[in-house]
Design a protein around this ligand. Structure first.
Ligand code: BGC
Length: 415
């Protein structure tokens, strides 16, 4: 980590010394929104930016991790885009400390951001009192999406607890339907683990572990149930969905859309895929926030950062970008297509669909939601935990006790 910091510090100096690169208001935007729903959503930003007098240069890179490492590499190499995407999390803290990102206090002050964003998000986009990232949405990471026809065909209701979930899965399987589509990538396995945790341990267990780092949480009966439910899900997917390994999340959503699978556990960016496929909520598909009724909702989202490039023209382009993305009308247009809710509460949300209305309620009541794990823990610890969930999901040799004891060691040894 020290090495990265040193490298980045060097880049900061190099970047500042570079001559002006861009024409006025030309902005390359590096992001990972390449699925059908995501592409439709980012188009809203691109069109609004061009209409405001900017020139949007699109750099979409498939895959969250790929896009983030490309952005970090370009920052380290002194060749950053004008605008780049991260999750609303602690993952760009080191870049701020290395001095490679512009602060956007001027825009924040003009837009009164301090009063605008929910505190949980405001804290993450600010460091040492300065704004370094623009949040553009509030996503929920843990939803259950289901195909209404397929549940009907198998004679089952959306599950109300894990027993009814597994009973429904059995009936779906008997009817020749894949019960649960899972994209087999590490981040999706992590998302599944945390979704299960929040159905069983709720806000209390989750915050004890990720916010307070109280390791007695790992010894609780609830935590044992979390791991054994995760095992049951793993075994179900292994038995019913052989194409899962390596599959992207939107291919899994498409299985639900096209009637190849009944359910998916995924963030509400999945709703963007249903919208892009012109499916109707309540007729074609349904949604359950937090996977099972009454569980704790997990807030996540996306931000854009504005790298230092050494060019005043770039800085102006970045300013126009921030103002455009946060414009109330653009917020509504973008979020209605993306599946998320606007990051500013002062916009007209009455047009939001039934799932969106539930999301608004859950995001505005701190008692029923938590932030995603990467809002509390460092990227290093988040990575180590993800490796444990993935290793367990994809191998034979590990026991449920191993999962908990490896988690314990990770929490103890990584800041
Ligand atoms: C982002 C979403 C995105 C999803 C899948 C999440 O990390 O917050 O905006 O749609 O990844 O690419």
């Amino acid at each position: 980590m020290k090495l990265i910091k040193t490298l980045l510090a060097g880049v900061a100096v190099a970047a500042v010394a570079m001559p002006a690169l861009a024409d006025t208001k030309k902005a390359e935007v590096l992001h990972w929104w390449t699925s059908a729903g995501e592409a439709a959503a980012i188009k809203q930003f691109a069109e609004a930016y061009n209409a405001a007098g900017g020139e949007w240069i699109d750099s979409g890179v498939g895959g969250t991790d790929m896009a983030k490492s490309m952005l970090t590499n370009r920052l380290m190499g002194g060749n950053p885009p004008q605008v780049g995407q991260f999750n609303t999390s602690r993952e760009f803290e080191e870049l701020i400390d290395a001095g490679v990102l512009n602060n956007i206090d001027v825009e924040a002050e003009a837009g009164n951001w301090g009063e605008l964003f929910p505190p949980i998000i405001d804290n993450l986009v600010k460091r040492n009192g300065h704004y370094y990232a623009l949040p553009v949405n509030i996503h929920g990471s843990n939803w259950l999406w289901y195909n209404i026809d397929l549940l009907e065909q198998a004679g089952v209701e959306p599950p109300s607890d894990w027993d009814s979930f597994f009973a429904a899965a059995e009936k779906l399987q008997e009817a020749g339907i894949v019960p649960l589509a899972l994209g087999g990538q590490a981040w999706q396995e992590r998302l599944t683990f945390n979704a299960v945790l929040l159905t069983i341990g709720g806000q209390d267990l989750y915050l004890r572990l990720f916010q307070d780092r109280d390791l007695s949480a790992l010894e609780s009966d609830e935590m044992k149930q979390v791991v054994s439910t995760y095992t049951r899900l793993r075994d179900l997917v292994r038995a019913t969905d052989s194409g899962s390994p390596g599959r992207s999340w939107n291919d899994a959503t498409n299985m639900v859309i096209s009637g190849k699978a009944a359910m998916q556990i995924m963030g509400d960016w999945a709703k963007g895929e249903f919208i892009a496929a012109e499916k109707e909520i309540g007729k074609d598909y349904g949604c359950v926030p937090a996977v099972l009724p009454g569980s704790t909702y997990m807030i996540s989202g996306d931000v854009f950062v504005f790298p230092k490039t050494g060019s005043d023209a770039d800085r102006e382009a970045q300013s126009l970008m921030a103002t455009t993305m946060l414009d109330p009308k653009v917020q509504v247009a973008f979020n209605n297509v993306k599946g998320s809710v606007p990051v500013r509460p002062d916009v007209d949300a009455s047009q939001m669909d039934a799932c969106g209305q539930q999301a608004i309620k859950l995001t505005s009541d701190a008692k029923v939601h938590v932030g995603s794990t990467s809002m509390y823990i460092s990227p290093d610890l988040a990575g180590a935990l993800q490796d444990i969930y993935t290793e367990y999901w994809n191998s034979e040799g590990m026991s449920e006790e191993d999962v908990l004891s490896l988690m314990n060691s990770a929490f103890k040894s990584i800041d």
